[in-house]
Design a protein around this ligand. Structure first.
Ligand code: NAD
Ligand code: LMR
Length: 328
């Protein structure tokens, strides 16, 4: 018997990540090739955005995806999130010329407060929320705090692009296949302060740290390359990463929903105090997923260098949290 459709809400649906994301969700790459989906697409009410969204919908229709059981266009989160099982919050306010970080935080706080409240009011009680729009960790924190009737653990932020970037750099350094890399972790904020950590990583059972055996490369090449990859892509393309960001969003949701078979992946999730991170901080952690739930990998030793890196990314997140405190 075929499965009943699930509802997938995507915000910023007419943007560039949306364009790289929706077709893959509709073709079954996110939730499985046997799972029909109804897309509930949200864009800002402006005519230009709504027109662009119509164009994307025409293209989705023209793909005749067998798994696409319905498409809806919305300009209000209260209707876009109705009964939704999955919500990918991609749309956000980009930083404009002359805009200070505080202005950016405030503009996004408004968006994610409203969207958190709407999820709280109308989404499925089991909704899985992924925030992609930057600053992703703090936006996810705001949405979570604005949805007190939903479990906090249902709110997550995207660190998977950083995880995939780190894996790819390690594959290229070691000359091994990216698919063989296990037990990689990225700690903290989706920002250049993130700490990509290969101390526990293995390839074919062998330690990646021993294989590379170069702490200077780790500190001076690997970490800055992964941390500043987003900026390097903006410099090269003139716009921010879109296909790789959409791909990471698919990876994040697929693994959360369908499980990782014991493999580690990175998700930004609300802390319960693990590794001394204050409770509720939306922090990148290594996790495993099973039965639709993620579990933080606990008990890993943190050496002095790692603690320093974790403290730095945590301090940045605490600063962002402080910057929006009065808006919540
Ligand atoms: P984009 O500007 O091409 O598209 C964003 C879309 O969101 C626009 O169509 C806009 O109209 C819409 N939008 C804005 N506010 C909205 C709201 N309140 N409700 C619904 N829709 C809204 O941008 P993009 O390239 O698709 O990137 C989207 C976001 O993802 C940006 O914030 C970007 O910085 C972020 N990003 C995050 C990661 C990550 O790893 N977490 C990676 C890449 C990009
Ligand atoms: C990325 O990591 O590619 C993006 O978050 C960059 C950005 O600032 O949009």
């Amino acid at each position: 018997m075929s499965k009943s459709p699930v509802r997938v809400a995507v915000t910023g649906a007419a943007g560039q990540i949306g364009y790289a994301l929706l077709f893959r969700i509709a073709s079954g790459e996110m939730l499985g090739k046997d799972q029909p989906v109804i897309l509930q697409l949200l864009e800002v009410p402006m005519e230009k955005a709504q027109e662009a969204l119509k164009g994307v919908i025409m293209e989705l229709e023209d793909c005749a995806f067998p798994l696409l059981a319905g498409i809806e266009a919305h300009s209000d989160p209260m209707t876009a999130f109705k009964d939704t099982d999955y919500a990918l919050l991609v749309g956000a306010r980009p930083r404009g010329p002359g805009m200070e970080r505080a202005d950016l935080l405030a503009a996004n706080a408004q968006i994610f407060t409203a969207q958190g409240k709407a999820l709280n009011a109308v989404a499925s009680r089991n909704v899985k929320v992924l925030v992609v729009g930057n600053p992703a960790n703090t936006n996810a924190y705001i949405a979570m705090k604005s949805a007190p009737d939903l479990p906090a653990k249902n709110f997550t932020a995207m660190l998977r692009l950083d995880h995939n970037r780190a894996a790819s750099q390690i594959a290229s350094k070691t000359g091994k296949a990216v698919a063989d890399i296990q037990k990689l972790a990225v700690w903290g904020n989706h920002s250049p302060t993130m700490y990509a950590d290969y101390r526990f990583a293995t390839i074919g059972g062998e330690s990646v740290k021993d294989m590379i055996n170069d702490d200077v490369w780790n500190r001076d090449v690997f970490l800055p390359t992964v941390g500043k990859r987003g900026a390097a892509i903006i410099a090269a393309r003139g716009v921010s990463s879109a296909a790789s960001a959409a791909n990471a969003a698919i990876d994040h949701m697929r693994d959360w929903a369908l499980g990782t078979n014991g493999a580690w992946v990175t998700m930004g999730v609300p802390s319960n105090g693990e590794y001394g991170i204050p409770a509720e901080t939306m922090f990148g952690y290594p996790v495993t997923c099973e039965g639709g739930e993620y579990k933080i990998v606990e008990g890993l030793p943190i050496d002095a260098f790692s603690q320093e890196c974790i403290n730095k990314t945590l301090a940045e997140l605490e600063g962002e949290k402080d910057g929006v405190k009065h808006l919540l």
